[in-house]
Write a protein that binds this ligand. Structure first.
Ligand code: C2E
Ligand code: CA
Ligand code: CA
Ligand code: CA
Length: 278
C-alpha cells in the first residue's frame, strides 16, 4: 500500500474527479435535452409468430447528443432517475409515443398498441393516473392502445402497487410485467395483481438453445401465463433457433433483433408500412 500510496491515491482521485465532472456535465446537458429536441423515441416492433406481422411496438428512448452522438438509455436513464428528471423525460416519451401511434393511423398506417416503460419513480408518482389520462386525451389515443411496462422490483409494497394498478386498469390501459423472472416477487402476486401480460426477460432467451434449464423456465412461464389468462411475449430473440423453440412452446408474440432492432419512427414507416404515404 505504502509503495503506491500517494500516487495511487492521487491517480484515483483524479479519475474520480473526472468521472464526477463528466457526470455533472451530462446532467446539465440532459436538463436541456428536451427543450433542445435532442430526445428521440425509437420503436421496436413486436411480432406475432404465426404470420410474422407487427402487432405492436415498444417505445425506447434515445438521446441524440450534440457531440456524443446517439446515446442509449442505459447511459442516461439512471441519471434521470436519480435526479428526478425521469418525470419530465418519462412524460415526454409517453406523450410522443401516443402521439406517434395516432399520427401513423391518421396517415393510413395501422393502429397498433405502444408499450411504454415506466420507471419506479414514475410508477409511484402521486399524479401518475391523472397525467396518463391527460396524455391520452391530448393525443386522442384510445387507452387500450397504451401498454405500460413495469417491473416486479417496483411492486415491493403489494398493497400500494395493487391500488395504483387498479387505478390504471380503470383508465383502460394495459399493464405488462417487464423483465419477468428476474425479480424477487412471489408468484402468488400474479393472482392478485391486475396485469395483462408477462414479458419474458432476455436473460432466459440468450442461451435457450444450449441451456435446458432456461428452456424449461421459459416453457413454464409461457404455460403459466396461458393458464392465468395472461398474454406473454418473449424479448431478445436474435436467432431462428431461438424463435423455433419459442414457437414450439406456444409463445405467440416475440420481440428481438431477429425481426427488428429498435427503429426511428421514419424507419418503421419505411420498413413495416405498405403503402407508403408519409
Ligand atoms: P427494456 O425495457 O428491457 O428494453 C429492452 C432492451 O433490450 C432495449 O434496450 C432493446 O433495444 C434491447 N433489445 C431488444 N431486442 C434485443 C435483442 O434481440 N438482443 C439484444 N441484445 N437486445 C435487445 P435499450 O433501448 O438500450 O433500453 C434499455 C433499457 O432502458 C430498457 O430495458 C428500459 O429499462 C430502459 N428504457 C428505455 N427507454 C425508456 C423510457 O422511455 N423510460 C424508462 N423509464 N426506461 C426506459
Ligand atoms: Ca421494456
Ligand atoms: Ca424488458
Ligand atoms: Ca431487460
Amino acid at each position: 500500500v505504502k509503495k503506491h500510496g500517494k500516487n495511487g491515491y492521487r491517480y484515483y482521485s483524479q479519475e474520480l474527479d473526472k468521472h464526477l465532472m463528466d457526470r455533472i456535465e451530462l446532467e446539465g446537458e440532459l436538463r436541456k435535452a428536451i427543450e433542445r429536441r435532442e430526445l428521440l423515441v425509437y420503436y421496436q416492433p413486436q411480432i406475432r409468430t404465426e404470420d410474422s406481422r407487427m402487432i405492436g411496438v415498444e417505445a425506447l428512448v434515445r438521446w441524440n447528443h450534440s457531440s456524443k452522438g446517439l446515446m442509449m438509455p442505459g447511459s442516461f436513464i439512471p441519471i434521470a432517475e436519480e435526479t428526478g428528471m425521469i418525470h419530465e423525460i418519462g412524460t415526454w416519451v409517453l406523450y410522443e409515443a401516443c402521439r406517434q401511434m395516432v399520427e401513423w393511423h391518421e396517415h393510413g398506417g395501422p393502429l397498433i398498441p405502444v408499450s411504454v416503460n415506466l420507471s419506479a419513480r414514475q410508477f409511484h408518482q402521486a399524479n401518475l393516473v391523472e397525467y396518463i389520462e391527460a396524455v391520452l386525451a391530448e393525443t386522442g389515443l384510445e387507452p387500450k392502445y397504451l401498454e405500460l411496462e413495469i417491473t416486479e422490483s417496483m411492486m415491493m409494497d403489494p398493497i400500494v402497487s395493487i391500488d395504483i394498478l387498479n387505478k390504471l386498469n380503470m383508465l383502460g390501459v394495459r399493464i405488462s410485467l417487464d423483465d419477468f423472472g428476474t425479480g424477487y416477487s412471489s408468484l402468488s402476486y400474479l393472482k392478485t395483481f391486475p396485469i395483462h401480460k408477462l414479458k419474458i426477460d432476455r436473460s432466459f432467451i440468450s442461451e435457450i438453445t444450449e441451456n435446458d434449464n432456461d428452456k424449461a423456465i421459459v416453457a413454464t412461464i409461457i404455460s403459466m401465463a396461458h393458464h392465468l389468462n395472461l398474454d406473454v411475449v418473449a424479448e431478445g430473440i436474435e436467432t431462428k433457433d431461438q424463435l423455433d423453440i419459442l414457437t414450439h412452446n406456444q409463445c405467440k408474440e416475440i420481440q428481438g433483433y431477429f425481426f427488428s432492432r429498435p427503429l426511428s419512427a421514419h424507419q418503421v414507416e419505411k420498413e413495416f408500412f405498405v403503402p407508403l404515404r408519409f
